[in-house]
Design a protein around this ligand. Structure first.
Ligand SMILES: NC(=O)C1=CN([C@@H]2O[C@H](COP(=O)(O)OP(=O)(O)OC[C@H]3O[C@@H](n4cnc5c(N)ncnc54)[C@H](OP(=O)(O)O)[C@@H]3O)[C@@H](O)[C@H]2O)C=CC1
Ligand SMILES: Nc1nc(=O)c2c([nH]1)NC[C@@H]1CN(c3ccc(C(=O)N[C@@H](CCC(=O)O)C(=O)O)cc3)C=[N+]21
Length: 306
């Protein structure tokens, strides 16, 4: 039965992420004290996309906040694949760098898979290397993609044991949908992955106790697609014109998710907002992965953070 004026609990990813960054900072300090190693992250960005520049700046600032080394390599969009591969080889060989992130998307003249697979799997803090995808699939320790890892932390914090729950993931990308499915399967959820060819997506979504939206289409998932009381994780980051027509005409934008938040919040039990939900968790998990990689590089056991 629908409750009148029901409103979902808002999952505060921003606050959770801040706590996680603080915890990573403490663990980083202890690794310096015990092993003399300061965790270091290198971020590589090719080209001038303003949204990418913003993410890269946020990542750099948060990395420093956690007491880590943060190097940013800004390359022109005319950079050749060979030049990029040479930089990665140099970072792979650098003992002070434990994590390497190459910001996606890359310019069209560069083969992204070739670049991602050139990163040493032990430094692949994005978890995009085929070896880390394989480790996740077979349940071995590796590095897990940051966005799905952050979503899982929020879900476990909210719901505790996830076993037996029906999880529907909308989106099958290698960076979000597929690894999210592996993680939830690992938690003994019953997992369904939906995509652009899925039949009757609204009906499928209504079966979900856990609904993860990673589509890249602004506010596509409507309130009446959601089962009452479900937990909704909105991964989408979409820039749309500002609500104010004057500001919109000036080119001002706002960020919305893949879920129609206002109506979904009337039905869901819990929901992540955009902004302030999954996005900040992605950055916090990037730091956690860099710390984990730094520990493994010296044979230390990483502290449990999530
Ligand atoms: N918060 C964060 O930290 C991050 C947010 N994002 C955001 O998450 C979203 C998804 O990103 P990403 O996974 O890279 O996106 P991709 O574009 O790689 O994948 C989108 C997926 O959605 C599916 N899809 C597209 N249209 C529909 C539709 N009408 N019905 C059902 N499924 C559909 C596609 O299906 P098909 O395979 O059939 O084409 C595809 O599997 C984006 O908004 C992105 O900005 C991404 C990374 C990190
Ligand atoms: N190699 C690689 N790894 C990535 O992890 C990667 C990438 N490439 N390319 C781009 C996407 C996108 N992404 C985001 C990370 C944080 C926020 C984030 O912190 N968002 C805030 C602010 C949103 C805003 O206002 O713009 C929030 O949601 O609250 C968003 C998006 C990482 N990505």
């Amino acid at each position: 039965m629908a409750t009148e004026n029901a409103a979902a609990a808002v999952i505060d990813g921003k606050a959770f992420a801040q706590t996680l960054v603080t915890r990573v900072g403490g663990a980083v300090e202890r690794l310096i004290a015990s092993h003399g190693v300061k965790a270091g992250l290198a971020v590589v960005i090719v080209g001038e996309d303003p949204a990418s520049q913003l993410y890269v700046r946020n990542k750099g600032e948060t990395t420093l906040k956690a007491g880590m080394r943060s190097d940013t390599h800004r390359l022109a969009d005319t950079t050749t694949q060979e030049e990029l591969l040479a930089l990665i080889a140099q970072l792979n060989a650098d003992d002070g760098i434990h994590g390497i992130l190459v910001q996606l998307p890359l310019p069209a003249h560069i083969d992204s898979n070739a670049v991602l697979d050139a990163i040493s799997p032990d430094k692949d803090v994005d978890g995009f290397h085929v070896v880390n995808a394989g480790r996740l699939a077979v349940g071995q320790d590796g590095l897990v993609p940051c966005t799905p890892l952050g979503c899982l932390m929020l879900l476990k914090d909210q719901l505790g044991d996830l076993s037996g729950m029906n999880a529907v993931i909308v989106g099958r990308s290698n960076i979000v949908g597929k690894p999210m499915a592996q993680l939830l399967l690992g938690e003994s959820c019953t997992v369904t992955i939906a995509h652009s060819r899925t039949k009757d997506l609204p009906a499928l979504c209504r079966t979900a106790d856990i609904l993860v939206a990673a589509v890249g289409r602004p506010e596509m998932i409507k309130g009446d697609w959601i089962k009452e009381g479900a937990t909704v994780i909105d991964v989408g980051i979409n820039r749309v014109p500002s609500k104010d027509p004057v500001k919109a005409a000036e080119g001002k934008t706002r960020v919305v998710g893949d879920v129609a938040y206002e109506e979904a919040a009337q039905v869901a039990g819990r929901i992540t907002p955009v902004p302030g939900g999954v996005g900040p968790m992605t950055i916090a998990c990037l730091l956690a992965n860099t710390y984990t990689a730094a520990c493994r590089s010296v044979g230390a056991t990483p502290e449990k953070l999530g």
